[in-house]
Design a protein. Structure first.
Length: 376
């Protein structure tokens, strides 16, 4: 669940795309090209509301003053695809695989709320991308990774909840960033399932949207600001129940290869929208644990796709390897024992260096979905 950021703090990882069609120009979309989405602070104009089953490409151009996001939702607000951190004046592509059915599109100016919704109908049939044996192997590999992370997430969250309910503040503080590591590695998968993500990981601003502030960050506030867990027991119980539910759902989910590609990029957007600025863990300042976990998760998605990427674009793989190594080296400067320095111990120069490293990685990662979507 995002909170609006000043445009100056948003990482400019998107590539400006020229010649995007307007809502009144269906020529590109009709020819099978990208579907233009014109987003402003008050509108979300999608060039086509009916598309064929298979892979669709939406090109979202932000003509507003606020940073925005774009989503494609299945019933129940199940996320089929999303793209975040579209800064004013920039454009981003979303590749998404959609079977026949009824969906909703949504632009989210300010990256909050339910968004400006529209209907999208997908008809016909198309062979899934996983008919390609290499892409099926990629999704199977990544699913095994998700299962390993969700198992650890459930165990460590249970330990964290026990410490909270026992009133062991020191232990709870120690376990907080550790439990969240496993959450942050698989967050794009966790975000698929409606309001479970904001219930588990929503920041205090969720109250502005009519939701109850709970989950990890409510307990974080209790531990670091109040230095007490006296009132945290019910919140902790609900957190564990929600984590168990999302573990079950995530392990049962059949992912599209494009969800791996989009997820790798979304995890960098997570860094951009909260970790670099210190907004994510604003009470504990343990943002670098989350930062590292997001990078780990992005690497895992790319690793699963690696055989496909090596076959289709070996130069892109070399670039990704180099930029991941650069991010690791840059972040590694801020190790502290078995963990990381607190965010408020980093200088502005440190944060700029990290920002530059993420910028350099974000561009090649943004090209992965298009490579995955290519016909083999």
């Amino acid at each position: 669940m995002r909170h609006p950021l000043p445009a100056s703090l948003v990482l400019a990882t998107a590539v400006v795309l020229a010649g995007c069609g307007s809502s009144g120009d269906d020529s590109t979309a009709a020819a099978g090209g990208p579907i233009a989405v014109k987003a402003t602070d008050t509108t979300c104009e999608v060039a086509r509301t009916q598309v064929d089953a298979g892979t669709s490409v939406f090109t979202i151009t932000n003509g507003g003053q606020k940073v925005t996001e774009f989503y494609v939702y299945a019933p129940g607000d199940r996320v089929m695809g999303e793209v975040e951190n579209i800064a004013p004046g920039l454009a981003r592509d979303l590749h998404v695989e959609l079977p026949a059915g009824s969906y909703e599109t949504a632009c989210k100016p300010g990256m909050i709320g339910k968004g400006i919704r529209g209907q999208l109908t997908v008809s016909g049939s198309a062979a899934p991308l996983t008919d390609d044996a290499a892409l099926l192997a990629a999704t199977d590999s990544y699913s095994r990774y998700v299962k390993s992370q969700t198992a650890a997430l459930e165990v460590k969250t249970a330990e964290f909840v026990k410490a909270v309910k026992d009133g062991d503040i020191a232990k709870a503080k120690q376990l907080f960033p550790i439990a969240r590591t496993y959450w942050e590695r698989i967050e794009p998968v966790a975000e698929i399932f409606g309001d479970l993500d904001p219930r588990i990981d929503g920041r205090e601003e969720v109250t502005e949207e009519g939701m109850t502030f709970g989950g990890f960050h409510r307990i974080e506030k209790d531990l670091w600001i109040d230095n007490s867990a006296a009132k945290s027991g019910p919140v902790a119980d609900q957190l564990l129940a929600d984590v168990k539910e999302i573990v079950q759902k995530a392990n049962a989910e059949k992912l599209s290869p494009l969800q791996l590609a989009n997820g790798a990029k979304a995890l960098l957007d997570e860094v951009a929208s909260g970790k670099i600025t210190g907004e994510e863990d604003r009470y504990s300042h343990t943002d670098l644990w989350d930062f590292n976990a997001n990078i780990d998760g992005s690497k895992a998605a790319i690793a699963s796709l690696r055989p496909v990427l090596e076959e289709r674009d070996a130069e892109l793989v070399k670039t990704l390897d180099a930029e991941f190594a650069n991010v690791d080296a840059t972040l590694g400067k801020h190790r502290s024992g078995d963990g990381w320095k607190l965010h408020n111990e980093l200088s502005q120069a440190d944060l700029k260096e990290l920002t530059d490293a993420i910028n350099a990685l974000a561009e090649p990662i943004s090209r992965v979905a298009a490579v995955v979507a290519e016909k083999s």
